[in-house]
Design a protein around this ligand. Structure first.
Ligand code: GDP
Length: 458
């Protein structure tokens, strides 16, 4: 198939060691032969074997633009499945731009954002969920985000969806054949059989949808609020977690002025700390202890970290905070354990059933336990990417929810003893809704929208 040849700068547009200008399409060899010159001036890249690298120069007519290494990948063994050339040049913004201009002058056209990946999808090199994973890999900000995206890129989501769809289509086909040929295929007792399969499929969809909560937190981080009375050691703990002195710590209550919204990485888990400094930035007593402010944030927060000074007694302010924690995911950090202990772990546990972790911000102790607790709380212990599929994409989640309601409709129809063609209508909807995840029979608009979110050159 003949395609126009697209070109883009695929590396960042800042000065760096190496820059890459990439071309893909039917005319890449015609174009590269016009602009590439080997040292001996004899070699033509249209003649070289695939997956080889060649040293030489990019020429704009007689003018030499840069010294380069050119990588040659012939169709279908490339990212796009088309003939592809990658020109590795010096990573100067001007050099990269000049090379791009030169290949465009010689027949390429500028690629749209995501167009290389779009071609990979349209050429069947990957399904839509894998193509979407490409953006997620690029945007991954922590280890789990990267792992789940790579797993999706390798086809984990596609595989899970395909398996469910295969079962659905089998039953659609069965119902249709039976309705066409009632003499030979009986639907006697079929409802019960389908109900069993359908219930299993419903279970699978529910599990995938449930995974999206973990998936979202893996990808975007856990939205966290730190609360606690003045002087409990919130800023100090934050400093320990962040690993540098970003929050201002003082002995005088109420002096933390800077608004902090930091993302902290704890062994691959991202905690997005929503607010910290605000707790002490006002004269209002309730505001000071952070309760009212934390209440605002708690609505959206995935986690509340409550810092308690173990060298003081619990008072009515603590009681108020404890009440607020009851309905939330919360971890209590019992701080200042290097001092004489007045409030103990047991005393807190009597008041509320939440994990209590003794720590000392001063001596940097107990922080490891926080990591373990987080993993248990949010990711059910260790996160395994071998057998678990995590849904991290909101589009996938929506499609799964639609498919789920179609299958629930099937369940209801069977229970109500409706005719079989009712089952197949809803099974078909579920089949198509799931197909949207992997990019089957999706409209051009959706494809364009998805790929327009990509960065240039990908
Ligand atoms: P915040 O008001 O909750 O943010 O508390 P800060 O982090 O500003 O800490 C208040 C005071 O407690 C400061 O003097 C800290 O040095 C001190 N502090 C914090 N954590 C510890 C700890 O683990 N042990 C001891 N001994 N002092 C601490």
């Amino acid at each position: 198939m003949k395609t126009d040849t697209i070109a883009a700068i695929s590396t960042a547009m800042t000065a760096s060691g190496i820059g890459i200008v990439r071309m893909s399409g039917s005319e890449v060899f015609t174009i590269i032969d016009r602009v590439y010159q080997s040292k001996g001036k004899k070699k033509k890249l249209s003649q070289v074997p695939t997956h080889t690298i060649h040293y030489g120069y990019i020429m704009d007519g007689d003018e030499m633009i840069d010294e380069v290494l050119v990588m040659v990948m012939r169709a279908p063994r490339s990212f796009t499945s088309e003939d592809t050339i990658e020109i590795n040049c010096h990573g100067g913004v001007y050099a990269m731009k000049r090379i791009l201009e030169t290949v465009i002058k010689n027949g390429a056209r500028p690629a749209e954002p995501g167009e290389f990946t779009k071609r990979a999808f349209l050429n069947g090199r990957m399904d839509l969920s894998q193509a979407e994973a490409v953006i997620d890999v690029i945007n991954a900000k922590n280890e789990y985000a990267l792992k789940s995206s790579v797993s999706q890129l390798r086809g984990s989501v596609m595989q899970a969806i395909k398996e469910i769809r295969e079962q659905i289509i089998y039953h659609i086909a069965f119902i249709e054949s039976a309705l066409d040929d009632p003499e030979h295929i009986s639907l006697e007792g079929y409802g019960g059989e389908l109900q069993q399969v359908n219930n299993k499929l419903i279970g699978k969809l529910e599990k995938l949808i449930a995974s999206s909560e973990d998936g979202k937190m893996m990808k975007e981080g856990i939205r966290t609020v730190i609360v606690g009375k003045p002087n409990a050691g919130k800023s100090s703990l934050l400093n320990v977690l962040v690993g540098e002195d970003r929050a201002i710590v003082t002995d005088i209550a109420g002096t933390t002025r800077d608004i902090l919204e930091e993302t902290i990485q704890i062994h691959g888990i991202s905690l997005n700390i929503i607010d910290t400094a605000g707790i002490r930035s006002t004269e209002d007593v309730v505001e000071k202890i952070g309760v009212s402010r934390a209440k605002d944030y708690a609505k959206d927060a995935d986690l509340i970290i409550y810092v308690v000074d173990s060298s003081t007694e619990l008072d009515e302010n603590d009681s108020e905070i404890i009440e607020m924690l009851r309905s939330k995911k919360a971890i209590i950090l019992l701080n200042k354990t290097d001092l004489q202990m007045i409030t103990s772990e047991e005393m807190l546990k009597e008041r509320i059933d939440k994990p209590v972790i003794p720590v000392s911000a001063k001596e940097n102790k107990g922080i490891d336990l926080l990591e373990l607790t987080l993993k248990e709380m949010f990711f059910h212990g260790e996160i395994s990417f071998n057998d678990e599929v995590y849904i991290t994409n909101i589009r996938h989640k929506t499609a799964l929810a639609d498919a789920l309601s179609s299958l629930r409709q099937v369940r209801e129809s069977i229970e109500m003893g409706m005719p079989e063609d009712f089952y197949s209508i809803d099974l078909m909807s579920a089949y198509e809704e799931l197909g949207g995840i992997i990019g089957e029979s999706v409209g051009e608009d959706l494809v364009n929208e998805i790929f327009s979110k990509f960065c240039m050159g990908k």
